[in-house]
Design a protein around this ligand. Structure first.
Ligand code: TTP
Ligand code: MG
Length: 428
């Protein structure tokens, strides 16, 4: 049998031997605090809330012609893109996230492919999280992804009955506010709550109590948060197939195979996740990135410039939406031969103005190997880090852009899409 283990050395490319990675730490949802506490004092109630077919549901809501139709959302829509998500009608025909639209059409010839409006979705979840602050302390609310959040509802409920009522109330609230459905998982720890939210999709509510542990133990180990295909294979190789196998596995064996993260994984499977939600105060954003892979790689300067500009506009607006400014800017390009280059620039002041960031991006671009006909650029990425709240200071010493109507511009983009307005290149 093929050996899949951290303890073996694998032959890499060009005869270089490299160690097979241990479990990547970032694969674990809350590695920072998962093992530190022995026990959570008292019983806790956690909710994991996940929107159903999020982007697709929003598009169906906003365009009645798409209601009850198989749709996919991704890129600029049309036949060329990738399916970022599909409506449940499309999923029923076998359409899956990550497929090309072309492939998806083979499964579902009636599929309607519509563009993705990232900022619109982001705004929706922000609006809802803000509304939650009327029902829960801010520290009990953690946004986990573009369509998921964790809530620690312990301060407002005393038992599972009240917790379930509270969860229903949230579902109703979201329906009234945004006309969208969500699925909720409710449990005494975050890991089980996240698993529970997958049980009854869409528009479901599932409860996992301490006494439901045997049901959890019957599930395949792949249902575990953080376990992807590769980790699953390694677990299977160790004879671990179910959650129960993992929970009852030898701590030494998982440590030998996966290092400390294996021990964490086993602990999570046993329902001993002691992590808390990291509320807004605790979780100041440290970096943002945005990557875009092109279906048709480019090399003409005006095409490259236009792609970089799009990335920069997006990231600038995301910064403004969160009222943040950045000091560091990174530009990444992947070529169609899969070569990968990246450069970082430290700006002389904090900013969230796309004109400044575009200037930085083009400065970095000139330092990188230029794409050409035989080596086109397939992926562009921008990252900003060293983020701070915009205190209105030190943005631009000479205040030359003071009074620029960013707010109005961002509003238009949010309402009518990314392409409705952009700042002229000449203003750079
Ligand atoms: P998910 O919550 O994973 O998917 P979903 O909400 O579309 O469907 P489900 O009902 O199963 O929860 O992701 C949320 C959104 O994030 C999704 O609507 C589209 C986007 N997304 C991507 O852009 N790329 C990806 O690879 C995934 C998984 C999601
Ligand atoms: Mg979802």
């Amino acid at each position: 049998m093929e050996k899949i283990s951290s303890s073996f050395f694998a032959r890499g490319e060009k005869k270089i031997f490299k160690r097979v990675r241990l479990l990547p730490l970032y694969g674990f949802p809350h590695h920072k605090d998962v093992g530190h506490r022995e026990k959570i004092p008292g019983r806790k109630y956690f909710i994991h809330l996940d929107f159903d077919a999020f982007f697709a549901q929003v598009e169906q809501r906003d365009n009645p012609k798409l209601k009850n139709k198989p749709i996919s959302v991704g890129g600029n829509g049309g036949i060329k893109g990738i399916v970022m998500t599909a409506s449940y009608e499309a999923r029923a025909c076998g359409v899956k996230t990550g497929m090309s639209v072309f492939e998806a059409l083979q499964y579902c010839p009636e599929l309607i492919s519509v563009p993705c409006y990232g900022q619109k979705y982001e705004t929706i979840i922000q609006r809802i999280l803000t509304e939650f602050k009327n029902y829960l302390p801010e520290d009990c609310i953690e946004q986990y992804s573009i369509d998921e959040c964790f809530l620690d509802i312990t301060p407002v409920v005393n038992d599972y009955f009240q917790a379930a009522k509270f969860a229903y109330m949230l579902k109703k609230l979201i329906m009234n506010l945004e006309r969208l459905t969500v699925t909720i998982g409710l449990s005494f720890n975050k890991t089980y709550a996240k698993m529970a939210s997958k049980f009854h999709k869409p528009d479901g509510l599932s409860l996992v109590r301490e006494e439901n542990k045997p049901d959890i133990y019957n599930l395949p180990a792949s249902k575990m948060w953080g376990v992807g295909k590769r980790i699953e294979r390694r677990l299977n190789y160790m004879g671990i197939f179910t959650m129960g196998d993992l929970a009852n596995s030898s701590i030494y064996a998982v440590h030998k195979e996966f290092g400390v993260n294996g021990v964490i994984l086993r602990k999570l499977a046993r329902g001993e996740d002691t992590s808390m939600v990291s509320g807004a105060k605790a979780r100041q954003e440290k970096s943002f990135n945005h990557h875009h892979t092109l279906t048709d790689p480019v090399y003409e300067p005006h095409e490259v410039e236009s792609e970089i500009r799009r990335m920069v506009e997006y990231i600038s607006r995301k910064l403004r939406c969160k009222d943040l400014v950045t000091r560091y800017f990174v530009l990444t390009i992947r070529y169609d031969d899969l070569g990968f280059v990246s450069e970082t620039l430290r700006l002389s002041y904090y900013t969230n103005d796309e004109r400044e960031l575009f200037g930085a991006a083009m400065y970095l671009y000139k330092k990188l190997p230029e794409p050409c006909k035989s080596r086109k650029a397939r992926m562009f990425g921008v990252t900003v880090f060293d983020l701070h709240k915009n205190m209105g200071i030190n943005l631009d010493l000479f205040k030359k852009y003071l009074g620029f109507p960013f707010k109005e511009m961002d509003y238009l983009k949010e309402k009518y899409g990314e392409r409705i307005i952009r700042i002229g290149l000449n203003s750079l």
